[in-house]
Design a protein around this ligand. Structure first.
Ligand code: ZN
Length: 329
């Protein structure tokens, strides 16, 4: 697996198929990562990213590759999580980078946070306008296997309270094998989203719907108006179709998950699991980028559901602009 920087002719043909007549002229990406080697332990990051500095300008140039003739107006940005991040360090580096990026783009940052982090410091970042929300991650919950953690093990109540106080975004990457379909995840999300109604809960990857059989779990959550999803890194049209049908296009945000979108591969439903497959491992040069597969999947889902131009505009731009209040700045 490597971070691709060049497109193949197959990529270009599929980009045309994914974007022409579908992706609007202006786009805001609701799920983008930055990376800096000073703030992670090298053994815990994918070799594909090791040693690379990905700041906002690197990110936006890469995204422009697969959204030609579109203006990437802005993004919701947060550091790429690895097991041993220097979280205050990487957050401060990102805030400085976004301050610079704000001269040319509409940008907002989420602070990478773990359960034991300094709450007063994080509250200061909100108050100073440096972050608009939080990005917890299961790897920060405890040592060992964290893939079956409950929501509050990696996103304890203080994070919900803080987001509620600031009308902030809580970007959640659900774990447990059944993701949005797991009753424990549903119970925690319903209880906490109801208790903290100004906390804007974004379930990343359509509620971590890499296995499309789990996406129907979103139906249990649809009644709470502060629960949303992003489309990032989902390469199954069925997942996005169910998410759009369940929540409606006003609660779905386009996201790329850069740098993940620039790996050549896709993630497919496989029995009761999801399987990442990569071109390098298979020796298959005809495969395309995760981000292009994801756009093709989103287009297929939108067309199957008969979404109109206003709906598409919401997914790629209006929803993000409204939540991040770019228009008001
Ligand atoms: Zn991500």
């Amino acid at each position: 697996m490597k971070l691709e920087t060049e497109l193949t002719s197959i990529d270009r043909d599929l980009i045309a198929a994914a974007t022409e007549g579908f992706v609007p002229a202006r786009v805001i990406d609701f799920h983008a990562h930055v990376v800096h080697p000073d703030f992670y332990a090298a053994e815990f990051i994918s070799p594909a990213l090791r040693g690379k500095i990905i700041d906002f300008s690197t990110y936006v140039a890469a995204i422009q590759q697969f959204l030609p003739q579109r203006s990437i107006d802005g993004a919701l940005v947060f550091p790429y999580p690895t097991r041993r991040d220097d979280r205050p360090g990487v957050n401060r580096w990102m805030f400085a980078d976004l301050k610079n990026a704000a001269k040319t783009h509409s940008v907002a940052g989420l602070a990478l946070v773990g359960p034991g982090d300094d709450q007063a410091l994080i509250a200061e970042w909100f108050t100073a306008g440096q972050c608009v929300g939080l990005k917890p991650y299961h790897l920060f919950a405890k040592p060992g296997d964290t893939l079956q953690c409950g929501v509050e093990e990696y996103a304890p109540e203080w994070m919900w309270r803080l987001c509620d106080q600031h009308r902030g975004i809580l970007m959640l990457h659900l774990v447990k094998d059944a993701a949005a379909l797991h009753p424990d995840n549903q119970e925690a999300l319903l209880r906490l989203a109801k208790k903290y109604p100004a906390c804007q809960v974004i379930l990343a990857h359509a509620g971590r719907s890499f296995n499309h059989r789990n996406t129907r779990g979103l139906a249990a959550l649809a009644g709470l108006a502060n629960i949303f999803v992003d489309t990032s890194a989902i390469t199954e049209a069925e997942s996005l179709k169910i998410a759009l049908a369940t929540l409606g296009p006003a609660r779905v945000f386009f996201g790329t998950d850069y740098p993940v979108c620039h790996f050549r591969g896709r993630c497919v439903t496989a029995g009761n699991s999801a399987q990442w497959i990569y071109a390098d491992d298979l020796g298959n040069p005809a495969m395309t980028l995760v981000g292009i597969e994801s756009l093709l999947s989103l287009r297929r889902a939108a067309e199957d559901l008969g979404l109109n131009a206003a709906d598409i505009q919401r997914i790629f731009y209006d929803n993000a602009q409204a939540m991040l209040r770019f228009g008001a700045r």
